[in-house]
Design a protein around this ligand. Sequence first.
Ligand code: NI
Length: 244
Amino acid sequence: MALKDWSLRRKCTLLLGILIIDGALLGSMGGIAGARVAGNAGPDSYIADNGKDILTKPSSEKLVALTFDDGPHAVCTPMLLDGLKERGVHATFFLMGENIEGNEELVSRMKQEGHLIGNHSYRHIQLTKEGEDKVCDAIEKTEGIISGITGTRPQYLRPPYGDWNDELECRMNLTTVFWTVDSLDWKLQDTSQIVSRVLKRTGNSDIILMHDIFPTSVEAALQIVDTLQAQGYTFVTVDELMID
Ligand code: NI
């Protein structure tokens, strides 16, 4: 699909000004085992060493999971859902609580069309920098909004920036989901660069991080699906891939 309409493209990209995206803070060091914080924390600080959480089930099939953070987005998300439906693909959406208002129908649609809905907290904050109570409130608030729409409590959490620690793990009875392939879609915002970056890095049982708030991400995701399906991959939701 091509998004030639510049007003749409603009609307779709407006969020960028206020959002700092997950991959921005985490540089991946040999996959997910040990993620480096860029910025204030200094180049030698490591957070979110949660490799255990992304151990995936052995499978003779070629499986891969697409994950989308920071939505729902009123313009980009429906385009993505249309494209995934046409291709018979189920993905995982980690929703940000504050973006759900006004987009409730998109959340119902995700559920109806077989996608997995996870929690991405309420606002895009770095959870380990907040107090535990505030973190739990933010996660529970989003949980309440999602389950109010779908009737199902989300069991999977992707912390913004992948920033999480063991103390938070103990408080929240959720499975945290990181990623093994960072598309850097928020930064590249160029369809062919995103596609080539992801295809170069993706193999069996990978979890791909993308954001359904940019038109280039939507275009890239659908091209990635077409290519990997042609190579015999099946797209699954993260619960089908992960060992809890
Ligand atoms: Ni995010």
